[in-house]
Design a protein around this ligand. Structure first.
Ligand code: SAH
Length: 220
């Protein structure tokens, strides 16, 4: 998601109390930041933050960190948070590539990837957030029984991600190519892109990955 550049958005972010400018300082200490022992769940590429803010509203028993690389998009989330001041969420303007500098081993309970950029050209495959290299990066800070939950309407990206999961030695706990007409839709929180694409008639695919073994649920 890229919005028109908003002049001053970087400055507004730097001054916002809802974001942390040097998140590396909290590596291994995020529970101290939140002031409790609740598990930490993150969304990488959260866009304007609708999904993760809804998670935070419904689940006060978890802490949430929304991560987005573009200032103009992140700013929208900060504006919403200014009105709501949810106590269990914070936002980072940060790039996925460097997340091992921000989270220590086992620090993250769940990673959400929603409608990640497909990067359709082969030579850009390494930028896809579900590439083998990214899945191996996530392993550095994911809990042993932690999960990566990925939704997309892009079948090609979904296929690619299943292959990456296998290559990176993840277990596939859930795999559905039509989430909205499956039993797993229960409790589903729609993202901005999900609402847009499903209203166009595109089926939504979802997978749940983990390093730990478990009986798989799959409609394949
Ligand atoms: N999750 C939202 C937005 C999807 S668009 C939704 O489902 O509605 C994908 C988002 O990921 C964009 O906002 C883009 O800026 C962000 N993004 C892409 N690559 C990223 C990266 N390497 N690090 C952080 N954010 C990234």
């Amino acid at each position: 998601m890229r919005l028109r550049n908003i002049p001053g958005s970087r400055e507004a972010i730097a001054e916002s109390p809802y974001t942390i400018n040097e998140p590396e300082a909290y590596k291994g200490r995020w529970n101290e930041y939140f002031g409790n022992d609740r598990p930490i769940r993150i969304e990488i590429g959260m866009g304007k933050g609708r999904f993760i803010m809804e998670q935070a509203r419904i689940h006060p028993e978890f802490n949430y960190i929304g991560i987005e690389k573009y200032s103009s998009v992140l700013l929208r989330a900060l504006q919403k948070q200014q009105e709501e001041e949810l106590p269990n969420i914070v936002f980072l303007r940060f790039e996925a590539e460097h997340l091992a500098d921000v989270f220590g081993p086992g620090e993250v309970d769940r990673i959400y990837l929603n409608f990640s950029d497909p990067w359709p050209k082969d030579r850009h495959a390494h930028r896809r957030l579900t590439s083998e290299a990214f899945l191996k990066l996530y392993e550095k800070f994911l809990k042993e029984d932690g999960t990566v939950e990925f939704k997309t309407d892009n079948q090609t990206l979904f296929d690619f991600s299943l292959e990456s999961a296998e290559a990176a030695d993840y277990e596939i706990w859930l795999c559905t190519r039509d989430l909205h007409h499956s039993p797993y839709v229960q409790g589903n929180i729609m993202t901005e892109y999900e609402e847009r694409f499903s209203s166009m008639g595109n089926p939504i695919c979802k997978m749940i990955l983990s390093k730990q073994r478990k009986e798989a649920a799959t409609d394949e």
